[in-house]
Write a protein that binds this ligand. Structure first.
Ligand code: FAD
Ligand code: MLT
Ligand code: ZN
Length: 572
């Protein structure tokens, strides 16, 4: 075991030798008020909506482009109806005609950005692609009409008309969802909330923020940053995803460990039911035990019982002192030890604890061309973030922690960011794995809650299955699978198992499904930790929920959406 006084300087020596980072400061503490979305080398593929980081005053629309433009090559994405031929269009749903489009025009007015009309042939397929194809290039619908309301009243009128006329709809935010819920399967009308992008109010004493559902997450966070606050959710898609989409998916993200779930932070919601009823529960109360807490049904409801049009959320103070460290470790057991020590020693200032395996980091480096922060390669890496109010206090705690984990040989090597650029570089190693995983054509994604001691076993076993299947090779372009990687929110026992592939292939799917779900169910985990059910997980819900629970969910769906027009073919 190296003596303690040598352990911490080893971090610095490596950093100096590495050349990746600047060398001006040796202080661990870093005065920093915000971390903007990571500037990915592949950013254009993630951040569909540009200019999202400016902030505006209350009542003003926050900057957003009207909609996700088609990603290049989306025409090559197979239609969902072809990939899953067993799925049939529900013949009860009306096929749109000119009179429907005229009616929607009468609701939305004459603005050219309010409606994309492929029914009367005004819009081309290309105009519609960005709303039909999903981020993973796995799902693609046949929608011919996209509606973009700018008020709750317009949403209400649209839904009422659809409900009265049996027209199926697909609510859509930033279209960054990872389970196929955000795009239609057949010809459902897309109702995209991008034009509802006003911040309604902010109280800088209570931290309560009220905004339209179409506000982009990064815009909300930038607005709050200027006022000393932080949005209590952060994720790699923050430059494109919308608050309404975040609510509808109950997104978890990178700091759930610190700020908790949206189920706890959201104080009120405004939503529209399929029959047009506006549910005005935009409460700003922290405590409100007057009856059932119905808003919780919309949080994680994935657009199946109504459209969220606004939310009120309690936001914490932004921490002035933020530190980010990136470690290499020899085993998953060491990663668990590091997590235990981080909780013990960093306690209240720990704001993120993320794990990435060596394969995920190599894939990220290969796809992005970025150099990894550490000289040597390790089987596992962890990223730790601390957020506190006192730089000296936090630095002292972090130093003690680093000395301990290095001295005890829990951590083999590591670096600590010295400035904002380095903070971003380190976070990019973690956040960039999503993009890297699908860089070669596609990705099979499994987002799982698994008891911590067994969490990584699944990745190792999945890798063995692919090695034995003959379907995997890093070099051979003929093989469908490139690599199997594991990473995720270790602090929340949430693993992301990604199988990076060159093309979607039923043979690959057969290796993974239902095996992954059985594996998780045997360990009493969850088959969807934070991404939701959408289309991808719909048929597997029984692996995580009992028959009774599924029956109750179906009753709720039928009660709120008796005609079944909301996001059909998905969820339940
Ligand atoms: P969409 O993708 O448009 O829609 C998602 C679902 O919500 C659909 O079912 C849709 O019908 C419904 N919906 C959208 N808006 C509304 C509304 N206003 N009312 C009712 N229903 C609505 N997720 C995480 O949980 N944690 C992560 O760390 C994370 N990281 C990501 C990183 C990347 C690079 C990417 C591409 C995705 C990531 N995601 C993550 C997944 C995704 O970003 C989140 O699920 C996000 O909350 C979706 O928001 P969106 O606005 O894009 O919604
Ligand atoms: C993440 O944690 O990076 C996200 O949930 C997205 C993903 O897994 O691709
Ligand atoms: Zn995640």
């Amino acid at each position: 075991m190296p003596p303690l006084h040598r352990a911490l300087p080893a971090l610095r020596r490596l950093r100096l030798a590495n050349n990746t980072f600047q060398q001006q400061s040796s202080r661990l503490g870093l005065q920093q008020t915000s971390r903007q979305a990571v500037a990915y080398p592949l950013a254009h593929q993630i951040r569909w909506q540009q200019n999202a980081s400016r902030s505006e005053g209350e009542g003003q629309p926050t900057p957003s482009e009207p909609a996700p433009p088609a990603r290049s090559g989306s025409k090559n994405i197979k239609y969902t109806s072809e990939s899953y031929p067993q799925m049939q269009r529900d013949s009860r749903f009306k096929e749109l005609d000119k009179s429907d489009v005229e009616h929607f025009r009468s609701i939305l007015g004459s603005s050219a950005s309010a409606i994309i009309d492929g029914v009367t042939q005004e819009a081309s397929n290309e105009d519609l692609e960005g709303y039909n194809a999903d981020w993973m290039r796995k799902y693609r619908g046949h929608a011919r009409l996209v509606l973009k309301p700018e008020s709750t009243e317009q949403v209400s009128k649209i839904l009422k008309y659809c409900n009265d006329n049996m027209i199926a709809v697909n609510p859509q935010g930033g279209n960054t969802g990872l389970v196929g819920g955000s795009v239609p399967v057949f010809d459902e009308v897309v109702i995209n909330l991008a034009r509802m992008s006003k911040i309604r109010s902010f109280d800088d004493v209570s931290g309560i923020f009220v905004a339209d559902a179409g506000v982009i997450l990064e815009s909300a966070d930038s607005y709050l940053a200027e006022r000393g606050y932080i949005f209590p959710l952060d994720l790699g898609a923050k430059g494109s995803c919308q608050l309404g989409g975040n609510v509808a998916t109950n997104a978890g993200g990178l700091r759930l460990l610190r700020y908790g779930s949206l189920h706890g932070n959201i104080l009120g919601l405004e939503a529209v039911l399929p029959d047009g009823t506006v549910v005005d529960d935009l409460s700003k109360l922290r405590k409100n035990n007057t009856g059932y807490d119905l808003k919780q049904l919309f949080i994680g409801g994935e657009g199946t019982i109504g459209i969220v049009t606004a939310l009120s959320i309690i936001c914490p103070q932004r921490s002035p002192a933020v530190n980010v460290a990136y470690f290499g470790l020899q085993s998953y057991e060491k990663a668990q030890e590091a997590f235990r020590e981080a909780k013990k020693q960093l306690s209240e200032i720990l704001s993120a604890f993320e794990m990435m395996d060596g394969q995920s980091q190599n894939l990220y480096a290969r796809a992005s061309g970025a150099k990894l922060p550490l000289e040597e390669e390790y089987p596992f890496y962890c990223l730790i973030e601390t957020s506190g109010s006192n730089t000296d206090h936090d630095s002292e705690k972090l130093n003690t922690f680093l000395e301990h984990v290095m001295g005890e040989e829990i951590v083999s090597d590591g670096v600590v960011a010295q400035d904002e650029t380095q903070v971003q570089s380190l976070w990019a190693c973690r956040e960039g794995v999503s993009e890297a995983s699908q860089h070669w054509g596609g990705v099979y994604k499994y987002d799982l809650s698994i008891p911590l001691p067994q969490l990584y076993d699944l990745v190792a076993e999945a890798r063995t299955r692919f090695e034995e299947s003959g379907l995997m090779s890093k070099e051979d372009e003929g093989k469908a699978v490139l690599d199997v990687v594991g990473y995720g929110h270790m602090g929340d026992s949430n693993l992301h198992l990604n199988v990076a592939c060159r093309r979607y292939d039923k043979e690959v799917e057969k290796v993974l499904e239902p095996w992954v779900y059985e594996w998780v169910a045997e360990r009493h985990g969850s088959i969807s930790a934070e991404h939701g059910l959408g289309l991808a997980k719909k048929e597997f819900i029984g692996y995580s929920r009992s028959e009774t629970m599924v029956k109750l969910m179906k009753q709720i769906k039928d009660f709120y959406d008796p005609k079944g027009i909301m996001n059909p073919y998905k969820y339940i």
